[in-house]
Write a protein that binds this ligand. Structure first.
Ligand code: C5P
Length: 220
C-alpha cells in the first residue's frame, strides 16, 4: 500500500486537487476533513458545546462512514443519514476547528482513517496526514497559498454552489480557522519535515495537478 498525503490549510484547492489526482493515478481518495465535519454535526445534533468535555463521548458513539460517490465525490453518512451536503454549511464550519482540537476525537478519527489504508494506492487529504496519520507516506505534499487567494477561492466556490457569501467574512473565517488549526495542542496544522511545499497562489488547478502527478510518478 502506498499513501500520498496532501495537507494544507483551507482554500488551497486541496480537496479538488486530491480528488482529481486520485482519479488520474487510479487511487482511492480519502477526505479526512469530511470526518471532522461529520463529528461536528453529531456534536451539534446532540446539543453539546463544541469545546465541552462531552464532545468525545458524543463522537465515540457516532457512526461516521465515508464511501465513494458518483463523479469522484465522497458520500458521508452519520448514523445512517446522508449528511454530505449538511457538513459543508457555515454552521458546521463555524464549530469544526473547536471539535477537531479535542485529542480524544482526533484519536478516534485517526483510527477510522487508518482503516481505509487497505487499497494499493490511497490519496489522503487533511491537516495532519503527513505528520500523524500516515507519517511513512511515500509522498507528502503541503499546499499553501496566501490567505487572500484562499478566501477568494472559497468565495467563488460558495457562489457557484448557490451559497450566500461575503468575501471579507470568508477571509475572516479562513484566518480564524488557520489560527485555531495551527495553534492547537493536538496535532497542529504544519508541514512534515519531508513534505514538498507547493504554493498554489498563482497556479491554476491544472498546473497544480500536473506538478503532483509528476511527483507521484517520481516517488511511487
Ligand atoms: O478540509 P476541511 O476544510 O473540510 O476541514 C475542516 C476542518 O477539519 C479543518 O478546519 C480542521 O479543523 C479539521 N481537520 C483536522 N484534521 C484533518 C482534517 C481536517 O483537524 N486531518
Amino acid at each position: 500500500m502506498s499513501v500520498v498525503a496532501i495537507d494544507g490549510p483551507a482554500g488551497t484547492g486541496k480537496s479538488t486537487v486530491a480528488r482529481r489526482l486520485a482519479d488520474r493515478v487510479g487511487a482511492h481518495y480519502l477526505d479526512t476533513g469530511a470526518m471532522y465535519r461529520a463529528a461536528t454535526l453529531a456534536v451539534q445534533r446532540a446539543d453539546v458545546a463544541p469545546d465541552s468535555d462531552d464532545v468525545a463521548r458524543v463522537v465515540a458513539a457516532a457512526d461516521i462512514r465515508l464511501a465513494p460517490g458518483e463523479d469522484g465525490t465522497t458520500v458521508v453518512t452519520l448514523d445512517g443519514d446522508d449528511v454530505s451536503a449538511e457538513i459543508r454549511t457555515d454552521t458546521v464550519t463555524a464549530d469544526v476547528s473547536a471539535v477537531s482540537a479535542n485529542a480524544d476525537v482526533r484519536e478516534r478519527l485517526v483510527d477510522l482513517q487508518r482503516d481505509h489504508a487497505d487499497s494499493a494506492l490511497l490519496v489522503v487529504e487533511g491537516r495532519d496526514i503527513g505528520t500523524v496519520v500516515f507519517p511513512t507516506a511515500a509522498l507528502k505534499v503541503f499546499l499553501t497559498a496566501t490567505p487572500e487567494a484562499r478566501a477568494e477561492r472559497r468565495h467563488r466556490q460558495n457562489i457557484a454552489a448557490g451559497r450566500e457569501s461575503v468575501l471579507d467574512e470568508v477571509l475572516d473565517s479562513v484566518n480564524r480557522r488557520d489560527h485555531l488549526d495551527s495553534t492547537r495542542a493536538a496535532s497542529p496544522l504544519r508541514a512534515a519535515d519531508d513534505a514538498v511545499l507547493v504554493d498554489t497562489s498563482d497556479m491554476t488547478l491544472e498546473q497544480v495537478l500536473d506538478r503532483l502527478t509528476e511527483l507521484v510518478s517520481e516517488r511511487i
